[in-house]
Design a protein around this ligand. Structure first.
Ligand code: CTP
Ligand code: MG
Length: 229
């Protein structure tokens, strides 16, 4: 397996739950687009040597301008899986390890990117960062009635970047019809073991307006701390 690490960034979503008009990846956080922050973090990691971004199809040129010549930008698709599949195809042939990272996780620390890459390079075919869940989670039926309550201590909330051997992720993505909400879900369906490592609180996904408020507050806090040094 080649040990060269590449990253793909799905950034083509409309951000319907966030609202506000502008596509979510281009929404500014402390004045700079979320996507730019996510890409800079990937490039700041010691492992990542190529980044491919899936942008909203009408904004490929705009996103290319924002990110500069070092980043490849491709048009995304209708669903996240379509965007990831297109971006995967644009990676250089000699990339052997792939990280898939949401543009919507702009405060992810570079140390988490490195931890995921390191675990894949150490021989784990699929690696995901996870955190314990704090709310109790219920499974419900179509009428909203509770079916069961899984043990909370056995549940984890899953973040990105998720890291994979490239050959395995390519095979997983050939299964286009599975209803999964993350990349590891496709890999699990192949029967490949998926390894968990500790995630980071700051790697939360900006999904709803309250997440944007939290992200702005965290950035203001860290800028204030830097100013005090
Ligand atoms: N994404 C993508 N292509 C799509 C849908 C989503 O590249 N067709 C990306 C988003 O841009 C985001 C990541 O996948 O970086 C996670 O998706 P999500 O948080 O659901 O973002 P959106 O789909 O934009 O938001 P919403 O579901 O609220 O519309
Ligand atoms: Mg979505």
């Amino acid at each position: 397996m080649s040990t060269r690490v590449g990253a793909v960034v799905p950034a083509a979503g409309r951000g319907e739950r966030l609202g506000g008009g502008t596509p979510k990846a281009l929404r500014p956080l402390a004045g700079r687009p979320m996507l730019l922050r996510a890409v800079e973090t990937l490039l700041a990691s010691t492992h990542v040597t190529q980044v491919v971004v899936a942008a909203p199809p009408t904004l490929v040129d705009v996103v290319g301008q924002i990110l500069g010549p070092g980043v490849c930008v491709v048009p995304g698709g209708g669903e996240r899986v379509d965007s990831v599949r297109t971006a995967l195809d644009a990676l250089d042939d000699d990339i052997g390890v792939v990280l898939v990272h949401d543009a919507a996780r702009p405060l992810t620390p570079a140390t988490l990117v490195d931890a995921v890459a390191t675990a894949v390079l150490a021989g784990h075919p699929a690696v995901i960062p996870v955190l314990p869940v704090t709310d109790t989670v219920k499974e419900i039926d179509a009428d909203g009635r509770v079916v069961r309550t899984p043990r909370r201590d056995m549940l984890r909330a899953v973040q990105t970047p998720q890291g994979f051997r490239r050959d395995i992720l390519r095979t997983a993505y050939a299964n286009r019809d599975l209803p999964v909400t993350d990349d590891a879900g496709l890999v699990e369906a192949l029967g490949v073991p998926v390894t968990t490592i500790p995630g980071a609180e700051e790697a939360f996904k900006v999904t709803r307006p309250v997440d944007l408020v939290l992200a702005e507050a965290l950035l203001a806090d860290s800028l204030a701390r830097d100013g005090q040094r």
